[in-house]
Design a protein around this ligand. Sequence first.
Ligand code: AMP
Ligand code: MG
Length: 422
Amino acid sequence: MIAILEKTPLAPYLSVSEAQQRMLQSIRPVDETIIPLEQSHSRVISQDIRSQIDWPPFATSAMDGFAVQAEDILQAAPNSPVTLEVIADIQAGSTIYQRVLAGQAARIMTGAAVPAGADTVVPVEETNFTDRSPGARAPDSVQIFRVFNTGEYVRPRGQDLLSDQVVLSAGHRLRPQDAGLLAMLGIARVPVFRRPRVAIFSTGDELLAPDQPLSPGKIHDSNSYTLAAQLAKHDVEVFPLGVVPDNFNAIQQRLDWLQDHPVDLIVTTAGVSVGNFDYMRSVIEAQGKIEFWRVNMRPGKPVTFGSYRGIPIIGLPGNPVSAFVGCEVFVRPVISRLSGEAQATRRATRAELAEPIESDGRESYLRGILTFQRGKYLARLTGHQGSGNLFSLVQANALLIVPSGVKSLPAGAEVEAWWLEG
Ligand code: AMP
Ligand code: MG
């Protein structure tokens, strides 16, 4: 019998998700370091953090009031209060070594350690003690007007967490409340991944710095500024290397300069398409390797990934919207991996199209405006979707994603949208 081999047609370009996977396979997190807690905001922790104490570390009063034995006040009622002898006055930060015995109470402040013998705190509002002035002496006795459950208004030791419990996992990016928790647990030095170092530069003979006057045929380099700002949001050290002309040797020299200034990632824009002066790929190939070139997406198709002298390099296309989208789609997950983050996060939502949209079958990232109306987000485009139209991106508050294979979507269809955060 003759086996007929089924021929699968060669996919012309990688899909976005294949390209992302190929990139991430070769990226390892940067190394670890230990830094003071004060400097750790928004850094990624490199090891699981375990509490070394129970929290609360001692039974704590949750109210200003009187620490008592609940059994003593089982008969308390508004018209027949129970009277207890007040034997001590405990402020937050201090403890007493006396036991509270039957028939006794200790005045106690919020956050103070509940004394031995007492099991319950009666808030001051539920007693006959009415002097609210700061510094008022504790009374010699106190009347209590109702019953309290044993343990009421006491935060028992270890109620929130126990010693040796993992409180934050490796790969977590620290938020303000995490800093507070570390401080609460007495962790003043924090193991983190160091910040990834990312070199960026723009290529193109037409590019001028923004402070140079325009001349015929020239434009200002905008990509360097967009990219630096996009990267800065992800807590990386950016090394802006400026503008390099469309010239093999010039590009190679700029890349080789990095030999003495080690970085974890190189991101370039332009010169990766099929133009006569698109040297980026040949420069990479001369001292490194191209992993892939071109992805089935719009905008941003000619994106290039490889390594140059062992450093991962992402060549984004030059059109300003392509460069921006390429950074969101590819550079961001790579940075997340370099940073040691366990999970890359992105603020996304579903939105309903307020108007029909056309695509060309590539996975498309369109500039849109989301408005919240009657319980859902409605999406509109911000003008023409040319990849050079940076202003359409400036007017947008989201990228709308049309999956590959889809050429048109009617009004009312749902799309995924990525928020363009401020
Ligand atoms: P390229 O990828 O070199 O074919 O460039 C595509 C388009 O993007 C051209 O119109 C370039 O002039 C433009 N472009 C390239 N680099 C930049 C940049 N850094 N800032 C603004 N526009 C750019
Ligand atoms: Mg060019």
